[in-house]
Unconditional design. Structure first.
Length: 55
C-alpha cells in the first residue's frame, strides 16, 4: 500500500472500475472546482409528432 493509503504508485489511486458510480458522467472531478469540468445530461425532448397528438 502506498504511503498515502491509496495503494497507488507515485500518488496514483487504484480505484476499481465501477466503484465510483456516475456511469455516463461526461465531466471531470478535480481536486478543486477550478480543476473540475461540469456536465449535465442533454435535456430530454418530446418526439416531433407529440404536438400533433390530442390531449
Amino acid at each position: 500500500m502506498g504511503s498515502n493509503g491509496t495503494g497507488g504508485v507515485d500518488g496514483e489511486q487504484q480505484i476499481p472500475s465501477g466503484a465510483r458510480g456516475y456511469d455516463g458522467f461526461g465531466g471531470h472531478i478535480g481536486r478543486t472546482s477550478a480543476e473540475s469540468t461540469p456536465w449535465w445530461k442533454p435535456e430530454a425532448k418530446a418526439p416531433a409528432r407529440a404536438a400533433l397528438l390530442p390531449a
